[in-house]
Write a protein that binds this ligand. Structure first.
Ligand SMILES: CC(=O)SCCNC(=O)CCNC(=O)[C@H](O)C(C)(C)COP(=O)(O)OP(=O)(O)OC[C@H]1O[C@@H](n2cnc3c(N)ncnc32)[C@H](O)[C@@H]1OP(=O)(O)O
Ligand SMILES: CC(C)C(=O)C(=O)O
Length: 401
């Protein structure tokens, strides 16, 4: 029997998600979201960046008090004062992780940090070693890893694993990578690092080119076993990989990703709506999984297929991610089969082929106007039609709505 690998879901909605301009969350909002994230089954909640502000420090502390199973994490630069703040903020946590990082790309080292490769290597190792004095579970991120020299990156990783890092995160900080190359890159790094078996490799992908989910999945195929992501893909600039997309891609394509997660996908829609409410960031209707149209069908050919066999046009079940069920929406693109099935559900019997054609024609004309078509409208429309023909069968809107 083969042992299935686990994919660790590291949620950073409360840290990287909050870095999105306008998405600042209060301490009580972070607590509320953290409890929902725990209920959803995420493995790690990155609750904030303790040194960033007194409010963020408090948020990490308060989240640490209420979360019992899930690991709570704070971010820290590769500096003792950041690590000290993170350690202090995490004191109440039952299960904690400290996440320290430093950039490893030449462009960041030269222009932002003003440090040489040797200096960055030294600071990375010293920070991990320092953090391990206080916390067993230390994650190290090589910021801008996706644009880093692979040999240098592998050297840094090998040394920070030896210094005690348990998770190695290779971010595509600026969303520059493309899927097949990023997957190969992660696989190559894992191969190069002699002590790779002593750590879990992770990715953290940004969505600047709309590739965050695709890049994450490519890396998972090549050996990453932790994915950093956010609800609704919230995050710096164009956002992070969306948790709901990663989880449902893994669940739906088990042929490609034979991995287990702890996530209960039925909580995805509710959490997405809560994050949207807290941040004021609307979820676009066509957003995968959690957009209001993600399981809606207006096109007649699709509706006909769904009515005959749901899987013709559905690769996932709406109710499995927390929607009530798939939606057949009547509109100008709908066909007779969906129209009749809906009228039947409303209790309207259209007995002859002629009645069907008349009602369908009236419906198409109405739908062409582009206004939403409620059941009330449909019932009224049919009653007008049959009354004008002198036929008694159609119920009045008042009786059926
Ligand atoms: C890719 C990411 O998402 S990384 C996380 C980004 N998130 C944030 O920056 C949000 C929270 N940040 C903050 O509140 C502030 O930037 C703070 C508190 C961390 C630092 O504030 P300040 O001390 O005023 O520094 P400031 O932000 O202006 O500049 C960053 C400094 O950190 C240095 N730095 C950046 N990354 C790192 C790192 N990983 N390790 C060590 N030093 C770093 C920079 O080189 C710069 O140093 P300098 O002041 O000597 O030039
Ligand atoms: C700190 C790291 C993980 C990060 O947020 C990034 O590189 O985008």
């Amino acid at each position: 029997m083969s042992v299935r690998d686990k994919l660790v879901i590291f949620d950073t909605t409360l840290r990287d998600g909050e870095q999105s301009p306008g998405a600042t969350m209060s301490v009580s909002e972070k607590i509320e979201l953290a409890l929902l994230l725990e209920q959803l089954g995420v493995d790690v909640i990155e609750a904030g960046f303790a040194i960033a502000s007194p409010g963020d420090f408090l948020a990490v502390t308060e989240v640490s008090k209420v979360i019992k199973q899930t690991q709570v994490c704070s971010l820290a630069r590769a500096r003792e004062k950041d690590i000290d703040a993170a350690v202090q903020s995490l004191l109440p946590a039952s299960n904690k992780r400290l996440h320290t990082f430093i950039a490893t790309s030449d462009i960041h080292m030269q222009h932002k940090l003003n440090m040489s490769r040797d200096e960055v290597l030294d600071v990375a190792v010293r920070s991990v070693r320092y953090a391990r004095r206080f916390v067993d579970d230390v994650e190290f991120s090589a910021e801008d890893g996706g644009r880093s020299d692979p040999d240098f990156l592998a050297t840094v990783i090998e040394k920070v694993i030896a210094a005690g890092a348990r998770t190695i995160n290779i971010p595509d900080t600026v969303g520059y990578c493309v899927p097949h190359r990023f997957g190969e890159f992660i696989g190559e790094i894992i191969q190069k690092v002699s002590n790779a078996d002593q750590a879990i490799f992770s990715i953290h992908c940004h969505n600047d080119l709309g590739l965050a989910t695709a890049n994450s999945l490519a890396a998972i195929e090549c050996g990453a076993r932790q994915v950093e992501c956010t609800i609704n893909g919230l995050g710096e600039r164009a956002g992070n990989a969306a948790l709901e997309e990663i989880v449902m891609a893994v669940n739906t394509r088990q042929d490609l990703f034979p991995l287990d997660t702890n996530i209960n996908p039925r909580g995805l829609v509710a959490l997405s709506q809560k994050v949207s409410e807290v941040t004021g960031f609307a979820v676009q209707p066509n957003k995968a999984i959690v957009g209001k149209n993600a399981f809606a069908h207006e096109a007649g050919i699709h509706q006909d297929g769904i009515l005959k066999h749901r899987e013709t046009y559905e690769i996932m079940r709406a109710e499995d991610v927390g929607w009530q069920g798939e939606q057949i929406v009547l509109g100008k693109h709908s066909g007779r089969n969906a129209f009749l099935s809906h009228m039947q559900a409303l209790g309207v019997a259209l007995d002859s082929a002629e009645q069907v054609e008349q009602a369908f024609d009236a419906f198409k004309r109405r739908a062409d106007q582009g206004q939403p078509l409620t059941d009330q409208h449909l019932l009224h429309m049919v009653s007008q039609l049959t009354l004008s023909q002198g036929q008694p069968e159609a119920p009045s809107p008042a009786k059926t709505s």
